[in-house]
Every structure is written in C-alpha cells, then in structure tokens.
Design a protein around this ligand. Structure first.
Ligand code: NAD
Ligand code: UGA
Length: 452
C-alpha cells in the first residue's frame, strides 16, 4: 500500500529516508528551506556524498518531489517525518529551533485528514509531546487528527542506504495505536524484507525479518540516546585499553579480536584509534548528560567516554612530540579530513582538532581528503594547506598522520613516497595501514595501542 509521505529536512537522514520510502513505492515530498539544495535535487544531483544514494535516488525519482512550500506538501500527507538538524548548544542541549520552526509550519498548513507526525531527528525526551503541542497551537485549535510518534534513526554515514534498507531493527514509539499501526504498515516491506533489492545493494545473505520494536514515546526517544551513548562508551573503552596495551607492549588489534569473539561483547565498534567524531556521538552524549542533570542524575560512564575521546586526539600530538621533540616549524601531513571514510561530513571530525592543535604548536599542516576537501575548504579555509592529491602531503613532511582510513590510502605507493619526506615518520591514527609494509619501506611506524 502506498502512502503520501512528507520528509522535512533533506540532510543525511531526511534524504535517505525520503529516497528509501519512495523506492518502496510511496509518494514522497521532500521539504527543505535550503533552496540551493532543492535546486540540485530537482536536477537529479545528490548534495551529499553517500554511497549508492545517487543510484537509489534515480530509481525512486518517479515517486519523489522536492519543495520549500509547506502549503503544497502538508495538507495531503498521511505521514510527515521531521528530520531537521539538532546541533548542540554550548550547554550540551540540542538546538531545537529548526524543529520548532518545522512543527510550526506543519501546524499552519495542516489539512483536514488524519496525519501521523514522526520525529526522526534525535530529540530530547518529551519532544514528542512538545511537537504535538506546537502543531495544535499553530493549527488554530480544534480537534485535528494529529498522531505523534518517535522513530529514531540508526543509520551510519557512509553506509546509510545499506543501513536503511536492511536495518537491525525499527523502533517506533507513540502513545497512539493509530500512529503505531500506520508506521508498521509503512515499514512492512522493510520488516518482511519483501521488496526487490536493487542490484547495487543486494540483500545480505540469510537476512530474516527486521524486528519492529513498538514502545511508548519516551522509551523510543531514550533508546536513541542510549544506543549512541553505548556505542561511544564501547569505542572509548577500547581506546582506554589501547593506552595500557601500548605501555605493556601488547597489540590492541589482537586484544579487540580476542574479546570481540565473545558474543556478549561483539567485534564491531572495537576499532581503537583517534576516537569518535561526527555530528552525533559528541552531540548526543552531551544531550544525555544535560537531560540527566535536569533530573539531578550523574552519568559517570558517559562522561568518562567523552573525556577519553578528547584525550585520543591529544595522543596523536604526544606521539609527534615524542618523535620530533619540537613541532614549531615542522611540516605535518594529514591524510583524511572526513570524520570517517565514505562521507564528506566533517562535523566534529578529529582532523579539525588535530590540525588546529598542530598549528597552535607552530607546525605547518598539509591536508588531503578524497571527498571532504571542498567542505573543509569552504568551512575551514585556514585549517592548513590543502593538497590536490594524497602524495603531496608527504612532500617535505616531518611526519604524516593517517586520520581517516579511506581505503584508497592503503594503495598509496609508500615505497616511493618515503623519499619525498624530510623524516619518514607515519602515525597510523586508525591502525589501518600495514606496519610490516611501512617498516620494510623505511618508515618509522607508530600505531595506536600497539608497540610499533
Ligand atoms: P543535516 O544538517 O544534514 O540536515 C538537516 C536539513 O534540515 C538541512 O538540509 C536543513 O536545511 C533542513 N532544515 C532546517 N530547518 C528546516 C525547516 N524548518 N524546514 C525544512 N527543512 C529544514 O542533518 P542530519 O545529519 O540529516 O541530521 C538530522 C537529524 O537526524 C539530527 O537530529 C541528527 O542527530 C539525527 N541523526 C543523524 C544521523 C546522521 O548520520 N547524520 C543518524 C541518525 C540520526
Ligand atoms: C553513528 C551510529 O553508529 C549510528 O547508529 C547513528 O545513527 C549515528 O551515529 C547518528 O546518530 O548520527 P556515524 O556517526 O555515522 O553513526 O558513524 P559510526 O560508524 O558509528 O562512527 C562514528 C565515529 O566513531 C567515527 O569517527 C568512527 O571513525 C569512530 N569509530 C567507529 C571508531 O573510532 N571505532 C570504531 O570501532 C567505530
């Protein structure tokens, strides 16, 4: 069954949601306030770098529309997803101004038919009730049939389409059975996995039905924060063990394998390195702490995960200081700017902190990223000297740091690049390169949490 779906906000989450729901046969209108983005989308372009998004967007194109006109989109909608940004404020709470504006515009333009409003943005506990109140206020009172639900998103950037088509679970929270039923119907193709998988994103072998987790509103809202906090804690835990591993001469990659094979621990999210970045772990752990404080609760585990994460960036600087002693006047090349591979997203990217710290020490910073460089140059023109190709960050460098583990960096001609460097030092911030190959090629190799 096909529904009229509106998705508000065409960022990493909104665009993925819109494209996937359109691919599954729904009529989808994507609403954004960014006209430049909309113009690109209408031309069939994809404004973000996300693997397979252009291909799926093209397949779903007959079911997709893009507009900045709420009045055109809202009155005929069966389901409206809100997927606007919720960036952090200085006190840790998310900035809800975009959510408020979206809720207001929905209220002002509501038609007479029943509609399910879905919070897909990551929002503090109570946001479902708040959105419901705003919409009703701006709809001019009356008994509008508005049913609010929370449907947190768990996709990862760089594998957003894979995660959205083949999710581990779908969580929907609402106080209203009608909202739960509508969303269960909308998600049925994903729950039962009965859609024809696109050739470029085949269904993983042996994939069964997707668990559909129906909860109350507050539980769904808290599930999202708990999931991101847990993932952050897991990474910070392996980084804490990595610090000890390095001291005692052990190898954190072997330790991660040794503990990860215990099914209760699991091997994913145990990659030690320079710590987590991106738009969500930092923002969501800060928001969780801020919410806890509202209830006079402390969350020392989540707080510690954040503190450890801050230290990881500093460990790179310590390694460079240990090798070079003085950073002033030295040239350091950074391979990778995006917060992780396969995305152009540089929000809270470790490279930003590391480059700034190096500059504070008086070092000259050379930067490269295969995809995120235009974003970085636009938003941080003074971060360092942007290089046209990865090989150039080795030119005259006293050290090169692998910051983002783009697969293509593994294929660099390290044997010849060594001659371009002033000192052949490589800090592998992600333990992604081959120490044996690099050492053989004449480099001094330093990993994270290993005795190299
Ligand atoms: P984003 O910044 O990429 O996109 C937000 C979009 O909303 C922008 O295009 C912006 O122009 C638009 N917008 C702002 N105000 C609007 C309004 N009033 N009406 C219409 N459009 C408006 O954000 P994102 O990364 O997609 O994140 C969105 C939400 O999803 C956040 O709450 C985030 O925490 C959550 N989330 C993100 C991810 C991720 O991987 N990025 C994953 C899960 C959850
Ligand atoms: C994360 C969650 O994994 C998603 O489930 C969630 O939907 C999303 O946040 C969100 O709420 O925005 P994402 O930030 O896109 O997704 O990417 P991850 O793959 O989780 O990586 C986050 C950061 O942790 C990256 O900087 C990555 O390099 C780092 N990381 C990840 C590690 O340092 N070690 C690991 O083992 C895994």
């Amino acid at each position: 069954m096909s529904l009229n779906v509106v998705v508000i906000g065409t960022g990493y989450v909104g665009l993925t949601t819109g494209v996937v729901l359109a691919f599954l046969g729904n009529k989808v209108t994507c609403v954004d306030v960014d006209r430049e983005k909309l113009a690109r989308l209408r031309r069939g372009e994809t404004p973000i770098h996300e693997p397979y998004l252009p291909e799926l967007q093209a397949l779903a194109a007959p079911n997709l529309e893009y507009t900045d006109d709420y009045h055109q989109a809202i009155p005929t909608a069966d389901v409206i997803f809100i997927a606007v940004g919720t960036p952090p404020l200085a006190d840790g709470n998310p900035n809800l101004q975009y959510l408020e504006a979206a809720a207001r515009s929905i209220g002002e333009n509501l038609g007479d038919k029943p509609v399910v409003i879905v919070n897909k943005s990551t929002l503090p506990i109570g946001s479902g009730n708040w959105v419901d109140a705003i919409i009703r206020d701006f709809a001019g009172g009356g008994d509008k049939e508005v049913y609010v639900a929370s449907n947190p998103e768990f996709l990862r950037e760089g594998s957003a389409l894979q995660d959205a088509l083949y999710p581990d679970r779908i969580v929907v929270g609402s106080e209203d059975p009608k909202a739960l039923r509508t969303l269960e119907m909308l998600y049925l193709p994903l729950v039962e996995q009965h859609f024809d998988a696109p050739d470029f994103l085949p269904r993983p072998a042996g994939l069964g039905p997707t668990p559909f987790v129906a909860t109350d509103l507050a539980s769904a809202e808290l599930i999202k924060y708990a999931a991101n906090a847990f993932l952050s804690v897991k990474i910070s835990f392996i980084n804490e063990i990595a610090a000890l591993s390095e001291k005692v001469g052990a190898d954190i990659t072997q330790i991660a394998r040794g503990i990860g094979l215990d099914a209760r621990i699991g091997s994913r999210g145990l990659q030690a390195g320079i710590g987590w970045g991106g738009s969500c772990f930092g923002k969501d752990t800060a928001a969780l702490l801020a919410t806890a404080l509202d209830y006079r609760l402390h969350m020392p585990i989540v707080k510690a995960a954040r503190d450890i994460n801050d230290l990881q960036r500093e460990r790179v600087i310590e390694k460079l200081l240990g090798e070079l002693k003085i950073l002033k006047g030295k040239t350091i090349g950074l391979l990778g700017i995006a917060f992780k591979p396969n995305t152009d997203d540089i929000r809270d990217a470790p490279a930003l902190v590391i480059a700034r710290r190096l500059k504070e020490y008086g070092a000259r910073v050379l930067l490269h990223d295969p995809v995120a460089m235009p974003n970085a140059q636009r938003l941080h023109p003074d971060l360092g000297q942007y290089q046209c190709c990865a090989a150039e960050v080795f030119s005259g460098a006293d050290a090169v740091v692998l910051v983002t583990e783009w697969a293509e960096y593994n294929d660099l001609p390290f044997e010849t690049l060594v001659a371009k460097m002033r000192r052949p030092i490589i800090v592998d911030g992600r333990n992604a390169l081959s120490p044996e190959t690099l050492i053989k090629a004449g480099y001094r190799y330093l990993g994270m949490g290993r005795s190299f």
